[in-house]
Design a protein around this ligand. Structure first.
Ligand code: NAD
Length: 245
């Protein structure tokens, strides 16, 4: 049997470089890496699975080529439009895809704790999500913050689009119980901080995760790629990979 090989897309970027190091550390071969201007069909032909940390503008091309070559896919890129998200879902009916807004064990534990805390604390607590990332990050709020809000909205039976307020500026009036606030801070070299605030009259609970290295995301993505080997078509996330479901 030939050796399992990874294609790393966005290979010159911060995460791409971290994935190449993580693959080496886990003894997984990188068959090819491409960045802007590279030939995807040629690179993918040499590999079994792609790990993508590039741009959501690249996702359609990556899905089409992965479908054409019947190759599995790990998508770490964030900032997708709802149409692009629908196309990821569609492709996963034919090929196995792991799509995760965050690949760290700590953040996936935060996802679990957030659901539990929202269920236990009940509807009297106001919900706010605050994230901070480095000055170069393009999308806001982060994919991880969006996942946290989706979890909170699911527990409360709210709609992500209509019940989430991104920041508060000007005369926006008092906070309503049917509202989840999302706040994105940008600056310096912060790898990724996320806090979920549950605030009631007289008390407050805060759950915080702080990433200090990209290696935690990169290592998780390589683990996800290995986990996908032999899996049937489907849309998986990091909770599946970690066995948390
Ligand atoms: P980055 O800007 O450092 O790197 C992105 C790389 O992708 C660049 O080298 C860029 O040239 C390349 N690229 C852009 N368009 C491309 C295309 N069409 N074809 C090939 N390459 C292309 O960014 P980053 O910090 O490495 O983050 C990349 C993505 O990963 C972002 O969407 C970010 O939000 C996301 N991210 C996800 C996680 C996670 O755990 N899921 C963690 C960190 C970052």
């Amino acid at each position: 049997m030939s050796e399992f090989k990874l294609l790393v897309t966005g290979c010159n970027g911060r995460m791409g470089q971290a994935v190449i190091s993580a693959a080496e550390a886990q003894g997984v071969a990188v068959g090819a890496g491409i960045d802007v201007g590279g030939s995807l069909p040629e690179a993918l032909a040499k590999c079994d699975c792609t790990i993508d940390f590039s741009s959501h503008h690249f996702t359609d091309e990556l899905l089409a080529e992965s479908l054409r070559q019947n190759k599995s896919l790990v998508i770490g890129t964030t900032g997708h439009t709802s149409e692009e998200l629908a196309r990821i879902k569609d492709a996963s009916k034919t090929i196995p895809v792991v799509f995760a807004s965050n690949f760290s064990v700590g953040v996936n534990t935060l996802f679990w704790l957030t659901r539990k805390a929202a269920e236990l604390l009940g509807p009297d607590f106001d919900l706010e999500v605050v994230e901070m990332h480095h000055r170069m990050k393009k999308d806001a709020p982060s994919g991880t913050a969006r996942t946290l809000v989706e979890i909170l909205a699911d527990v409360r039976g709210l709609e992500y689009d209509t019940d989430c307020r991104h920041g508060r500026f000007g005369d926006v009036g008092a906070r309503t119980p049917k509202e989840i606030g999302v706040h994105a801070l940008r600056g310096g070299d912060v790898v990724g901080d996320h806090t979920v605030v549950f605030a009631n009259i007289g008390e407050r609970v805060e759950l915080t995760h702080k990433a200090s290295s990209r290696d935690t995301f990169a290592g998780g993505a390589v683990r996800a790629a290995r986990w996908l080997e032999g899996k049937p078509a489907g849309l998986y996330d990091m909770q599946d990979v970690l066995g948390l479901k």
